[in-house]
Design a protein around this ligand. Sequence first.
Ligand code: C2E
Ligand code: CA
Ligand code: CA
Length: 757
Amino acid sequence: MYREMNEKRTEKQLKRIIRTVIGAGILLLTGGVIFAAILVDMMDRSVAKQLQEETEGYCKRLYDQIHSDFQIIDTVASVIGSSGLAERTDFPELLDLANYKNDFLTMIYMDDSGTLAAAVLDQGVTEKDISGVSEEAQKVLLEAMEGNQSISRIIQGALSKEEVIIYGTPVYDGNEIVGALAASSRIDIFREILSADVSAGGTSYVNMIDLDGNYVVRSGKDDISGQLTNVFSSPYFDEADTQAAKQQLQDTGKFEFSFSYNGERYKGLIQSVGIHEGCLFSVINTRMGSREIYVLIHAAGVLLGMMLFLMLGLLSYGCRLVWKNGIKLRQIAYYDSLTGACNMLCFRQNVEENLRTDRKYSILALNVYQFKFINEIYGREQGDRVLRFIKDQIEKNLEPGEIFCRETADIFYIYTTETDKERLEKRLKILMDSVTRVASDAKGDYQLLLCCGAAVVEENEKSQTLDEIMTHVMLALERAKEVHQNNVMFFDKELHQKEILGNYVESHMNQALEDREFQLYLQPKISLNSGKTAGAEALVRWFKSDGGMIYPDQFIPLFEANGFCVQFDMYMVESVCRKLREWIDQGAEPFPVSVNQSKRTFYEKDYISWLIKITDKYRIPAELITLEILEGFAFENVEEVNRKIEGLQEKGFRVSLDDFGSEYSSMNTLGKIRINELKLDRWFLKDVAEGKKNVKVIMEQIIELAHKLNIPTVVEGVETLEDHDMIRELHCDYGQGYYYSRPVSADEFFASWLNQE
Ligand code: C2E
Ligand code: CA
Ligand code: CA
């Protein structure tokens, strides 16, 4: 039980620690995740905002560039249209000049008849047929002839042989379109714009695409899609997204998206430039985009990780510590460090566990006889060796299911379900003898002896607690210690109860006397002639403070053994005298009362003077007091007894010989003793009732002899009418027994039996 409690406590502690740490960990983690989520959200917003701003910056610059290009080309167109320059023969040269001055690569003029004049930078003038220019240029020119300004995709210029973009604008003379002017510009300028960092941060890259996602101008900074010709593909979009993106782009001119690539997160934006189908396709690495926040998240993550790691470390350390401590404590708590055997605590727990199922069992206690001398003579080490040796021997002799332990010093306990005393004794003797033999082989000069106390608990005795049984074992061991040889003593319940009582008697008798717990009971003595009460016998009853009552048989022998009887007998004499005085004072006619006297009291030197002192004190005539002495001691020393009897008789006391016939009664000695009354032991009547032959004759002889000696007779133990009739028939003088009355309290006796005047 203790072990379970301990283990449960350790387990509880561990669980509490684990719960706390896990709780703290979860809290920390949740906090961390929320914090990270907030940061990521902040980061996303900030990145999106940055992307938006940067893209708008690019858009503006592109728009400005294109717009200014259109302004230039428009100015040239208006000069051509309004001044009829196209009609001039040196028009190609003029065109070349305008081209040169305005930094275009190529300028192509087409009049309304479809005749082309083209100036190519640094190459001079060429007259081309419309089919001689690139398809894009044709488109732009035809569009311009329709009155629309337009801008081409990026193409490989047919004339310039460079990557160009072509602007087209109509040439008016008044309100009439007289021609179309196209000018191609190197796309480097766009590339420059796109590759320039708009913001100081400039962490994004941007490219120009058309509405279908085809690249128009590549900035050269596109680090992911270097291989792609169209952005509507992986990793930017999967097929499902593409449609939605295109649609939204068409509707709003803007589409935001995000994607992951190579473990990095990106945000993207497609935004229409505002001229024709040109769009900017911007992508930003979120990490690069908001490096500070990212660093913060990273730092927080690292910190969190470190804290969690630390926590886990502490947790595992704590658990290991608690666990190790638990093991150590268990080791200390349950095992004997000297022999390695179970200790008492462990033993008790295991026994209690077994008692749940075992229906009968025995507990044995083995003790080394005078072990302390082994320690003293041979030293502690040798003593320890002996104990270890005994432990080994016990272990060897154990049978399956048996448990043993070493308590303190040299006491070993064994638990077994064997309850047959003979078998137990045999096994124990073998064990003890083997210890003695092996020990004396090793140390020839010393005989190691063991004693063993045992308590057997049978099935019907299982209600006894283990504590009680352990006490019984110890009591049996105490008795075994008295015999100086290998021996086994079993606990004897009856003997033990006697011991308990004896203990109580000895430890309480003085106080009981002081507290008047000894009470006077009286049993009438009936005259068989008159049928009247002729006297009474004082019999004591001990009423204990706890309310229980003890009969004299249980304590008088102890008082006789310890000498308290002297004091006690005098107390009873005084009680009788006091009562008699009370009754006399109340006007009652008193009669003799017999008081039992023990041998010791009787032999006391001052016995007679003590008695007189008491009778004098209560003014009681000595004739009213009969002293009952036992047959046993009266015949031991007839002369001395007679001397005492005579001394008593001189003072007026009467002496009765009690329990005659119970021991070695002899008719011969009866004549020698000078008693005033003979009390025949109640066993006579018992034997008669049981039909034993000659008993009645013996009684008759005794009564006859007593009469001859002039000694009145009393028969004790008259229980039935037959008894009464028989003793009358035998001419006995008095009868005493339950037939007339049980011993009753003095008050009851007074009320029922005392003849009042
Ligand atoms: P005892 O002196 O032989 O006393 C008679 C015992 O027989 C009493 O037992 C009494 O109760 C019992 N008795 C009386 N009539 C009958 C009967 O019809 N049948 C049976 N079976 N028993 C009967 P009690 O009172 O238990 O006393 C036992 C013994 O203790 C006495 O035997 C006496 O030796 C001693 N004792 C009692 N009181 C005192 C005392 O005050 N002083 C001393 N020294 N001894 C006392
Ligand atoms: Ca008696
Ligand atoms: Ca008697």
